[in-house]
Design a protein around this ligand. Sequence first.
Ligand code: NAD
Ligand code: DAU
Length: 353
Amino acid sequence: MNASKNILITGGAGFIGSHVVRLFVNKYPNYHIYNLDTLTYAGNLENLSDIEGRSNYTFVKLNICDTFSLSKFFDLVEFDGIIHLAAESHVDRSISNPGAFIETNILGTVNLLNLARNQWKDKLEGKRFYHISTDEVYGSLGDTGYFTESTAYDPRSPYSSSKASSDHLVRAYHHTYKMPVVITNCSNNYGPNQFPEKLIPLVINNIKTKKALPVYGKGLNIRDWLYVEDHAAAIDLVFHNGKNGDTYNIGGSNEWKNIELVKKLCQIMDTKLGREAGESEKLITYVTDRAGHDMRYAIDSSKIQNELGWKPSVNFEQGLEKTVDWYLANQAWMDNILSGEYEKYYEAQYKER
Ligand code: NAD
Ligand code: DAU
């Protein structure tokens, strides 16, 4: 059994964070998991209803930008590790409102770094600050090549710039103050509990309700998709075995043009919903491109594969089936989101396109 530890996971009520919290609560009964989340539009405690009563789990509603309350919380609990996922995560929202991304992703991260540094000042041994980042910090690829850990940063959206900035700050705290850090940069995740502003759940929901499927530009942009539980498994490995100060890239080796992915979802959903083959594809609507839309992301994940023995376990066919099945079986989860702020966002986002 692992030694007991207090682990702080930020952003645990969001998409990826909820899968990481569940994995740690179930796999490490000896750890106490503190899920710190301010519950923005993207935070949803329904994602964790199956583990909310567990004795090794505590939810703490706090904003990482609220320095005063955060520091009071750090006075109460001494952490062995921090896994930092809390962030504003949607590129389109960063284009319409960059300020929130600067506040949470940069200033919020610095708050956490400062408080961890203060708490650990006399005992860095055995501590770990794990910053979860994105492949978008590396910019955009042409037809060939892959992002490696030594690819130069070239962020091109307010979202990716804010994540790049926080990555640099985490590394600066390592170099300057010897903070024990690790960083991972991951490709596009998909799976259950993803907020329907992101491509896959948005398309699933729109196919189900027979709404237009908005494809930006010509639909030729490429993303490298990874099933969310494979990302959570990688986070577990890096948290426990990653080398202090190192960066690891995580990706699915699974590149898809957006239009091909949307068509694939149409085929799966036609079968599942008993619709005629080709019916859902008729909903595809090409809309104005995203400003500054990165063309292609593709991760070289050989370092984490060779050094830590991680590899994706779910192939795309299985992963998409599981994802579609989850959304079809959890309409109440979607209805709760659709009854809130989401409708206003959707109207504003897609009206002009
Ligand atoms: P998400 O938007 O689904 O969840 C973010 C969570 O952070 C929400 O629960 C939200 O309430 C919380 N949060 C936001 N601002 C906060 C604040 N100021 N204080 C406390 N909590 C706050 O995001 P996600 O897709 O699960 O992404 C999680 C992390 O992984 C992010 O750091 C993101 O940059 C990174 N990432 C995401 C992907 C992806 O494909 N989704 C890929 C690579 C990396
Ligand atoms: O690469 C990792 C990143 O992946 C994460 O860091 C981000 O948090 C996450 O949101 C995701 O960013 P993307 O911008 O790649 O994901 P999104 O689902 O928004 O879009 C995927 C692709 O689909 C992208 O090329 C834009 C396109 N798209 C998106 C939407 C929402 C459409 O064509 N139509 C849409 O309606």
